[in-house]
Design a binder for this molecule. Structure first.
Ligand SMILES: [Zn+2]
Length: 284
């Protein structure tokens, strides 16, 4: 059975344009102020989860948005910025648990669920997936361990299942292009995580070496292939220069081998996956 990837969309988010992109050299306080005072809305972006079918089992990359994000009490009342800066478009049937069930896949059937980072739109499906082995970088778990800080940083720890005890990705000594460390997910080394910090201090992306192409599942290391190519970073992170370094590494890897780039929020990811369009980086 060849390795294949399918994209599952868990709703859409409409947010402020200043959240999607701001200059990397702008001071952090000014970046945040721009988000808080921005009154315009960007086009809605999809929240996509990636299901990898591999001979060793199914691997899910991220868990998407929860249908409950529209509920009044999903986000803590003391942190109104979630609802003030974002609007959610998702119904009950678009949660990851229901969509996996429709495919005949139970959480216990999954070999691994890998979380790129714990922001609410990547961890929203955790309650549906608690019976699956869940993996993430230890640094990301540490960064979001303290609930008040985690909430300020865009996570919803009180929505995580009580028995949420993820396993940490284990590094191997083999590098992948400019990425010094890799974290194998499958024994055959064809699905591996790499560190792509910047959007959050500890963030991972997945590289899938399928028979037909090599796929780079960015998570939120970039919101789109266009942003990647132009080395543009989002407006919500606190380490924009590190985010740009990560983009340069992804571009470097794409120069070393043909890569199909699949960001979590890029509306063009499904078409690129279907047509296996390799990314050709332009020099900045
Ligand atoms: Zn996201």
């Amino acid at each position: 059975m060849p390795i294949s990837i399918s994209i599952i969309q868990t709703g859409k988010i409409k947010c402020r344009p200043s959240m999607l992109q701001q200059p990397a050299d702008r001071p952090i306080w000014l970046r945040r102020l721009h988000v808080l005072t921005d009154r315009s809305w960007a086009e809605p972006i999809p929240v996509q989860v990636f299901l990898i079918s591999h001979p060793e089992g199914y691997i899910l990359f991220d868990t998407g948005l929860s249908p409950h994000t529209k509920d009044r009490d999903y986000f803590p009342s003391w942190m109104p910025t979630f609802h003030l800066t974002s609007k959610f478009d998702i119904n009950e049937s678009q949660g990851i648990g229901v969509q996996l069930q429709e495919k005949g896949i139970e959480p216990k059937d999954l070999k691994a669920v890998v979380i790129s980072h714990l922001h609410y739109d990547h961890s929203g499906g955790l309650p549906d997936l608690i019976d699956a082995p869940i993996f993430l970088l230890e640094g990301d778990y540490e960064a979001f361990k303290e609930p008040v800080h985690a909430t300020f940083e865009g996570a919803t720890p009180r929505q995580w299942p009580k028995n949420f005890h993820p396993s940490f990705l284990k590094e191997s000594n083999s590098h992948i292009g400019p990425f010094e460390q890799s974290y194998p997910i499958t024994a055959d080394g064809r699905v591996v995580a790499v560190q792509t910090p910047g959007h959050v201090p500890s963030h991972c992306s997945l590289v899938v070496f399928a028979e037909d192409a090599t796929y780079f599942l960015t998570g939120d290391a970039t919101y789109s292939q266009e942003y990647l190519d132009n080395e543009l970073t989002d407006g919500v992170n606190e380490t924009p220069m590190q985010a740009i370094e990560t983009l340069k590494k992804i571009k470097e890897l794409a120069r070393q081998m043909p890569l199909v780039i699949l960001p979590a929020h890029d509306k063009n990811s499904p078409k690129r996956l279907q047509e296996r369009v390799a990314y050709k980086p332009t020099a900045i």
